[in-house]
Design a protein around this ligand. Structure first.
Ligand code: HEM
Length: 426
C-alpha cells in the first residue's frame, strides 16, 4: 500500500469515484489529500474500509462538519449527517425500531400495492416512466414513515427527496464549496450564489423535517392517522427520551431523505440493465433474480463514495499516520469495478454471482456503508428493489429504443440517460 498526498481541489465532483479508482491503480489503496483545512483519506479497498470503519468504529463513526452542509444548510438536522453522540444514538434507535428485518416484513403488502400501482401507471403513460418510478420510491418511504396513502403521495413531495439528495451529495463532498476551505466566507452576503444555494438547501431540509410530521399530528388529533412509524412513536414513545418530537422528526426525516432516491437509483439501474441481460428467460428462477439485483447494485452503486465518516483521534494504519478529524471516504466504486479476469466489471453479468467456483462479493457487504453508521434502511431497500423490479418484469417487456442502444450515463446524483427508455407491453 503506497499512499499519495494530493490536493482534493484538483479532483472535482463529476465522477470523482472514477478518478479515485484511477488513483488506486496508480498509487494504491489509500489516497490522502490535504488542502481544505482538512485531511481527507480516500479508501479504495474493502480490507482497509473494514479495518478502519468497522473494526475501529469507536474512532471512525463521526461525520465531518462542513461549513456549507452543516452550518449553512443544516443537513445535520437529520441523523444521517448528525455527528456521533447521544442525539444520533437516540434517532438511530428510533429508526431501528421501524427498519429491523422483522419490522420491515410488515411493509410487504403496502410495497406490493405500490408496485401494482406503478405497473398500472406505466401501462397508462409509458412516456412518464421516470416520473412514475420516482413517485413509487417516494410513495414507499412516505407510506412506511408517515402512513401517507400512495394515492396522496404526489405533488411537490417526491421532488423534495430528490432535491435533498442532489444538494446533499454535493454539499458533503469535500471541495464542492469554497466556504469549507475558507470558513469566514459563511458570513458572506446573502446575494452570493453559494449563500442562495445554502438558503434553498436549508428550506428543503426544514420542509422534509416538518411538513409530513405536522400532518401526522393533525391526523392523530382528528383520530384519522393510519399506522406509521411516526404515529407509532408518538402514540407509544420510548421512555426517557429527551426532546422526543425533535428526535422523531430527525429519524423520520433521515429515513425519508436517505431512502427514496437511493432506492430509485437502484431500480432505475435495474431497468437499464435489462437492455444488457443475457437471457430474460432466466428471470422466473429466484436465485437468478437475486443475482440480477446483486449485479444491478454492483454495476451501478447508488452511493459510489458512501457517506464519509470522520475520525475522533489520531490513528495509525499499516504504518501510516491518520490525523484526528480526517474525513474518510470509502470509494466503494473501486470495489464494484475491481478488475476480474473471468467477468469484465464493465459488463452486466448476473452469472458472476452464481459462479460457485469464484462467486462475486455480495454488494450488501459494501453498498450500504460500514460499522455503526451502516444504512438503517438496508433491509427495506432490498425488499423494495426486489418487489418493484420483479413487478416491472412481470408486467412489461423492457426493451431498448427502436433507434438503437441506450446511451447510459451515471452522474453524481443519479443515473442520467440521454435516450429515453421504451417499455413495450406484452
Ligand atoms: C439501494 C438503497 C440504499 C443504499 C445503496 C443506501 C446506502 C447507504 C449508505 C452508503 C449509507 C452511509 C453508511 C455509512 O455512513 O457508512 C446509508 C446511510 C443511511 N441510510 Fe441508506 N441506502 C439505501 C436505502 C435506504 C433506505 C430505504 C432507508 C430508509 C428507509 C435508508 C436510510 C438510511 C439512514 C437513516 C442512514 C444513516 C445512518 C447513520 O448515519 O447512522 N437507506 N445508506
Amino acid at each position: 500500500m503506497k499512499p499519495v498526498i494530493g490536493n482534493i481541489m484538483h479532483v472535482g465532483l463529476p465522477e470523482a469515484w472514477v478518478k479515485f479508482t484511477a488513483h488506486k491503480e496508480k498509487y494504491g489503496d489509500l489516497v490522502y489529500f490535504r488542502g481544505l483545512g482538512k485531511s481527507v483519506l480516500v479508501v479504495n479497498s474493502l480490507k482497509a474500509m473494514t479495518h478502519l470503519l468497522e473494526k475501529r468504529a469507536n474512532n471512525y463513526s463521526g461525520r465531518a462538519r462542513l461549513v456549507f452542509g452543516h452550518d449553512l444548510m443544516g443537513l445535520d438536522r437529520t441523523f444521517v449527517l448528525r455527528d456521533y453522540g447521544d442525539t444520533w444514538r437516540a434517532e438511530r434507535k428510533l429508526a431501528h425500531m421501524a427498519l429491523s428485518p422483522s419490522a420491515v416484513k410488515t411493509y410487504d403488502s403496502i410495497l406490493e400495492e405500490i408496485a401494482v400501482r406503478l405497473a398500472a401507471d406505466v401501462l397508462e403513460a409509458p412516456e412518464n416512466f421516470y416520473a412514475m418510478l420516482r413517485l413509487t420510491t417516494t410513495r414507499a418511504l412516505l407510506a412506511v414513515t408517515y402512513g401517507v396513502r400512495p394515492e396522496h403521495a404526489d405533488g411537490d413531495i417526491p421532488l423534495l427527496a430528490e432535491e435533498l439528495n442532489r444538494i446533499g451529495q454535493k454539499a458533503v463532498l469535500p471541495g464542492s464549496y469554497l466556504c469549507d476551505t475558507l470558513p469566514f466566507l459563511k458570513y458572506a452576503p446573502s446575494w452570493m450564489q453559494f449563500q442562495k444555494e445554502a438558503k434553498y438547501g436549508w428550506d428543503v431540509v426544514t420542509n422534509i423535517l416538518n411538513v409530513q410530521f405536522d400532518h401526522v399530528k393533525r391526523e392523530m388529533e382528528a383520530g384519522t392517522a393510519p399506522p406509521s412509524l411516526v404515529q407509532q412513536l408518538l402514540t407509544d414513545p420510548p421512555e426517557n427520551m429527551p426532546n422526543l418530537e425533535d428526535r422523531i422528526k430527525g429519524a423520520a426525516g433521515g429515513m425519508y431523505g436517505a431512502g427514496a432516491d437511493t432506492t430509485l437509483s437502484a431500480v432505475l439501474a435495474f431497468v437499464l440493465a435489462m437492455d444488457r441481460m443475457p437471457s430474460i428467460n432466466d428471470i422466473p428462477n429466484l436465485p437468478y433474480v437475486e443475482a440480477v439485483i446483486n449485479e444491478t447494485m454492483r454495476w451501478h452503486p447508488s452511493v459510489p463514495l458512501g457517506v464519509p465518516h470522520c475520525s475522533f483521534e489520531d490513528d495509525e494504519y499499516e504504518g501510516y499516520f491518520i490525523p484526528k478529524g480526517t474525513v474518510v471516504i470509502p470509494n466503494v466504486w473501486s470495489i464494484a469495478f475491481e478488475p476480474n479476469d473471468k467477468y469484465n466489471p464493465q459488463e452486466f453479468i448476473p452469472e458472476r454471482f452464481l459462479d460457485h467456483a469464484q462467486p462475486a462479493l455480495d454488494p450488501s457487504v459494501w453498498a450500504f456503508g460500514f460499522g455503526r453508521r451502516i444504512c438503517s434502511g438496508r433491509f427495506l431497500a432490498r425488499n423494495s428493489i426486489f418487489i418493484f423490479a420483479t413487478t416491472l418484469l412481470w408486467a412489461f417487456d423492457l426493451a431498448p429504443p427502436s433507434t438503437g442502444c441506450l446511451d447510459v450515463r451515471f452522474n453524481e446524483y443519479l443515473i442520467t440517460f440521454v435516450s429515453r427508455i421504451w417499455i413495450f407491453c406484452i
